[in-house]
Ligand binder design. Structure first.
Ligand SMILES: C[S@@+](CC[C@H](N)C(=O)[O-])C[C@H]1O[C@@H](n2cnc3c(N)ncnc32)[C@H](O)[C@@H]1O
Length: 272
């Protein structure tokens, strides 16, 4: 079922951590209610709400769907349950394995920008938080090849609106460039929704998880630190670059700053 041309299969450690350590099958933000508590259950429900919103937004009459950056294949399972003919695509070799455990449908082991689709095959292409990894012009060019005339491209992702916010400005496409490219490549926006506020709470949950992991690390190393303080200082010195990198990344879990620098948006485009 799987075909592959990726010379260098990728292996996303962060995404493996969410799935294998935290037990999350979905690898995207959630749509939270204002009164949701920060619990794993609420996180899973928020992610399910996000996924159901995407599935409910698939235009009527669509049959064949390509899920680009399909993660562990969870959305493809639910697309299939709703009766769609579904195919998944991801460059990640672990995700290829998880997908094969869940589904017996085509899986394309490619980066989307390298994928050579059968022309006009799909009614709808879904990019659930995967668009940001694909060069923006290739998103629209390759989707245009793969979609039937009048087919739809669904993108749900975060975009950068403030380009001077350091590390926070580094992930996500520039919103202005994204929309300009869509227009230039002949796409029309059929539906749009800003979910920044509802999605940002996912970061508060991420921060809570990070704090707990740090607390556990602190507890487990307490005896060692007390008994072998010189040795501990040396180990810390050895890991100083990794520690610095982690500290530098902490602003990425600041939901307030996220909402100032980025917009998490849903777009449904139609290709003329
Ligand atoms: C944040 S995860 C989202 C996964 C899934 N769509 C979901 O919503 O749970 C990003 C996904 O994009 C995939 N990806 C990364 N680079 C890609 C590329 N160049 N082309 C296609 N998919 C890519 C990753 O392997 C992963 O499956």
């Amino acid at each position: 079922m799987a075909e592959s041309r990726s010379e260098k299969a990728s292996n996303d450690t962060a995404l493996r951590f969410y799935r294998d350590v935290l037990g999350l099958e979905r690898l995207h933000y959630g749509i939270w209610n204002d009164d949701d508590e920060l619990t794993f259950e609420a996180l899973k429900e928020a992610q399910e709400r996000y996924e159901n919103f995407l599935l409910d937004s698939i235009p009527e009459g669509s049959t064949r769907i390509l899920d680009v950056g399909c993660g562990t294949g969870e959305m493809c399972v639910n697309l299939q349950k709703r009766g769609y003919e579904v195919e998944g695509l991801s460059p990640d070799r672990n995700q290829k394995r998880y997908f094969a455990e869940k589904l017996k449908v085509p899986f394309h082991h490619y980066r989307f920008e390298e994928f050579e689709p059968e022309a006009g095959k799909y009614d709808c292409i879904i990019m659930s938080e995967s668009c940001q990894y694909i060069p923006v012009d290739r998103v629209f060019e390759n989707a245009a090849l793969a979609l039937k005339p009048g087919g739809h491209l669904m993108v749900c992702d975060y975009f950068v609106v403030d380009h001077d916010a350091g590390i926070l400005s580094k992930s996500g496409h520039c919103r202005e460039t994204f929309l300009k490219t869509a227009e230039e490549k002949g796409y029309q926006i059929v539906e749009q929704r800003d979910i920044t506020r509802e999605a940002a709470k996912t970061l508060d949950m991420g921060k809570l998880i990070a704090d707990r992991i740090l607390m556990a690390a602190d507890m487990f190393t307490e005896r060692f630190r007390e008994k072998h303080s010189v040795c501990f200082k040396f180990v810390k010195w050895l890991g100083r670059k990794k520690i610095k990198k982690m500290e530098d990344q902490l602003p990425l879990l600041d939901s307030k700053r996220f909402s100032e620098v980025k917009r998490y948006e849903f777009y449904l485009f139609e290709k003329a």
